[in-house]
Design a protein around this ligand. Structure first.
Ligand SMILES: [Zn+2]
Length: 73
C-alpha cells in the first residue's frame, strides 16, 4: 500500500503554468439560446485546430441542440 494520492492532472498543469484562476468566455446558441461559460483552454484548442489567429473566437457546437454556439461580446 504505497500508492500516493495524485492531484487531478488539470490542476497540476495549471500550477506548472502558473495559472491561478480559470478564464472563461460566455457562449450562446443562436438556435435555442442556451448559454455556457467556455474555458479559454478549450477556446484556444478549437481556434488552433480551425487555424484561427490568436484572439479570434472560434464557432462551437451547442451542447444542448447542436446549433451554432457563438461567443457573446
Ligand atoms: Zn442550442
Amino acid at each position: 500500500m504505497n500508492d500516493l494520492p495524485e492531484p487531478p492532472p488539470d490542476q497540476t498543469e495549471r500550477e506548472m503554468l502558473g495559472l491561478g484562476t480559470e478564464v472563461t468566455y460566455n457562449y450562446r446558441c443562436t438556435r435555442c439560446q442556451h448559454e455556457d461559460a467556455v474555458p479559454d483552454v478549450v477556446i484556444d484548442g478549437f481556434a488552433a485546430s480551425a487555424g484561427l489567429k490568436r484572439g479570434r473566437m472560434p464557432r462551437l457546437v451547442c451542447p444542448a441542440c447542436g446549433g451554432a454556439f457563438l461567443a457573446v461580446r
